[in-house]
Ligand binder design. Structure first.
Ligand code: BTN
Length: 322
């Protein structure tokens, strides 16, 4: 968000619920009535509910997600720049667009809600207000790799370790992009990017976490298969604390992925409860059945088919674990 808008937002935040004279604002920011009208219009486009009379403007409440810009993160790369939105179609779409325009590594796009949050395949990711963390992180790794699943698993690992650290919850990774508590999904990850002939320009890893969603607030078709942190803990979870911890852990784990990737691969394996077990997996080539053996360094899954042959799965959905 441009600096003028951020300063303006901070000003409004300091005067929350107060009716502020338009003339006073114009003087404060050195703008005329047209300039103020433009500023207000763009804030409304960001989803802010600014009320206005002929002479005054005011805002009743400040969206919680914007307080994230007040957090001081002690990270090296991740979250050095946070771009908060209130109401978007998809944070991945925004992050991809920004990455194409050259946005720096580590920038995070986060929104209070998404109208068309995207999940794997053509699925829609349920992303209501006040209820979750819907965010996308831009990476520009220098190492060679194939596909983007490495970053999906990196984010999944960070989520598993963060919920253990904060809430002592044992979550696990369901390859490639689900993070589960018991048998229910509370987090999904969608990594997308631009890779040409082994060279990565950027990766956007989109993370959706169901934080404070009650069972009956989920759409009917998700009620049995999904969960949220507040459902598991029986109490509301502070999204700002969770966000900060995720940023810090993602920053550390990303460093480790660069300096000592083996430890990351080991942890992926440790937190996936499929290894050594018989699984069924739906792939673009059809359904396969076999024993899950390992991940390779790209985050692809290796299974031993019932025929004894080992095969690498690049994308798929695990439908059954025995
Ligand atoms: C899945 O499990 O199918 C992946 C879900 C990914 C959802 C997140 S929410 C933030 C980011 N923006 C999106 O549109 N999708 C990802």
């Amino acid at each position: 968000m441009p600096e003028k808008k951020i300063n303006f937002l901070n000003y409004i935040k300091e005067h929350l619920s107060e009716k502020i004279s338009k003339k006073v604002i114009e003087n404060e920011f050195g703008i005329n009535a047209d300039g103020l009208a433009q500023l207000l219009k763009s804030l409304k486009n960001y989803g802010f509910q600014v009320v206005e009379s002929d002479t005054h403007i005011w805002m009743e409440s400040y969206p919680e997600i914007f307080s994230l810009t007040d957090i001081v993160l002690h990270t090296k790369v991740i979250g050095k720049k946070i771009l908060p939105f209130f109401d978007v179609l998809s944070t991945n779409d925004i992050a991809l667009m920004l990455a194409l325009q050259g946005e720096t590594e580590g920038t995070v796009v986060i929104s209070e809600r998404q109208r068309k949050g995207r999940g794997k395949g053509d699925s829609i990711w349920f992303s209501p207000s006040d209820a979750g963390l819907w965010l996308s992180v831009i990476f520009r790794p220098k190492f060679q790799m194939t596909g983007v699943e490495k970053f999906t698993l990196l984010s999944a690992l960070v989520i598993v370790e963060t919920v253990k650290e904060l809430f002592n919850i044992d979550a696990w990774i369901k390859w490639p992009n689900d993070v589960m508590i018991n048998d229910k999904k509370f987090c999904g990850i969608l990594s997308e990017g631009k890779i040409s002939s082994g060279t990565i320009e950027f990766i956007v890893s989109g993370i959706g976490i169901n934080v404070n969603i009650d069972k009956n607030e989920f759409p009917l078709d998700l009620q049995e298969s999904s969960t949220s942190l507040n459902l598991e803990l029986n109490q509301k979870v502070n999204r700002n604390d969770l966000f900060s911890a995720i940023m810090l852990n993602l920053d550390r784990k990303y460093e480790l992925l660069k300096s000592n990737p083996e430890t990351i691969y080991k942890a992926w394996k440790q937190y996936s409860n499929i290894f050594g077990r018989l699984i069924k997996i739906q792939t673009p080539e059809g359904e396969l059945e076999g024993t899950a053996i390992d991940f390779d360094e790209n985050g692809f899954l290796i299974i031993r088919l019932n025929s004894g042959i080992e095969t690498k799965i690049i994308s798929g959905t695990i439908t059954k674990v025995d």
